[in-house]
Design a protein around this ligand. Structure first.
Ligand code: AMP
Ligand code: MG
Length: 288
């Protein structure tokens, strides 16, 4: 199961989408499909393929955890409203065994969360050994809306980038592979998606009148995102910019990053802790 087997990716997303190389987010084309030679149909078919591989890789990670291994995997998803974070969690996480997957969303902090350090609620939600965790929003919210709306003094949010790097270093050193994906939706596509939410009764629950007000701060959000990439895109916990105007592509790109990230862990089925020949004999001797 090689991650680099030729499959319509002319250039792997690790090369085109890594935040430090992909250029400023303000100029990043949200409707592009960089490095991928196929169309929506090819992409959707390949995504199904990745789903099968992800399920196998996840089972190996789970088995390793059961056998006493301490590794885990964390996918951090960020992005403006309607960028598709929830859809990624459903489509990319959907093929995996729910026993080995935790999807956690982070909304406005509760009073208890606000009374604690900003990483407190994050630490409690980290995937345990053998598990894959997906964060729908994350500790990066504490340098996004918090910064844009001055929810804490500047000195405090400025100190958080270093705190985040230290936290992620500690996390990866203790055996968690971390991949961070920022879903980049264009302003025009966001407007279409917000409008569509109003048109469909089954989407009204997702409509938040506050999203319109957030949109007015678009450029300040972009600046806050850019600082995140400039300050926290590390080899230990890399950031990728995911073009998100075409949902099929954002799902495919994130799935590929996950497949490759899990493959690089070089997972092995745990060896039996019993004697196989002895157990075969015991089974052969059973009645019936
Ligand atoms: P949703 O993801 O649509 O459920 O929205 C969650 C909301 O909570 C978004 O408006 C986030 O920006 C907001 N949020 C998440 N974390 C924080 C935080 N640490 N401080 C302030 N707002 C936050
Ligand atoms: Mg929302």
């Amino acid at each position: 199961m090689s991650p680099t087997k030729p499959d319509l990716w002319r250039i792997p997303p690790q090369e085109t989408l890594r935040a430090s190389r992909a250029g400023p987010i303000a100029e990043f084309p949200a409707d592009a499909t960089p490095g991928f030679d196929g169309d929506r149909k090819n992409g959707t078919r390949l995504l199904a393929d990745y789903g099968t591989r992800l399920a196998q890789l996840q089972e190996k990670l789970f088995a390793e955890g059961r056998a006493g291994g301490e590794r885990s995997f964390l996918l951090v998803l960020q992005g403006m409203d309607t960028a598709g974070k929830g859809g990624i969690a459903r489509h990319v996480g959907g093929t995996m065994d729910p026993q080995g997957l935790t999807v956690r969303g982070f909304g406005k902090p509760t009073d208890e969360e606000l009374a604690n350090d900003f990483l407190w609620r994050i630490r409690k939600a980290l995937p345990p050994s053998g598990q894959i965790g997906i964060f729908d929003r994350s500790h990066y919210e504490d340098v996004l809306p918090v910064r844009v709306h001055n929810l804490v003094p500047e000195a405090q949010w400025r100190s958080r980038y270093a705190a985040i790097n230290a936290f992620e270093r500690e996390l990866t050193a203790s055996g968690t592979t971390v991949i961070k994906c920022a879903l980049v939706v264009s302003k025009a596509e966001q407007k279409r998606r917000i409008a569509r939410r109003l048109d469909r009764p089954d989407k009204h629950w997702k409509y938040d009148p506050g999203d319109i007000a957030e949109r007015a701060h678009w450029d300040r959000y972009l600046a806050a995102y850019q600082d995140i990439f400039d300050l926290t895109d590390t080899d230990a916990a890399p950031w990728y910019l995911i073009p998100a105007d075409r949902k099929w592509f954002s799902r495919l790109a994130v799935a590929r990053l996950l497949v490759d990230g899990l493959t690089a862990m070089d997972l092995r089925w745990p060896a039996a802790d019993f004697d196989i020949a002895t157990e075969r004999r015991r089974i052969a001797a059973l009645e019936g």
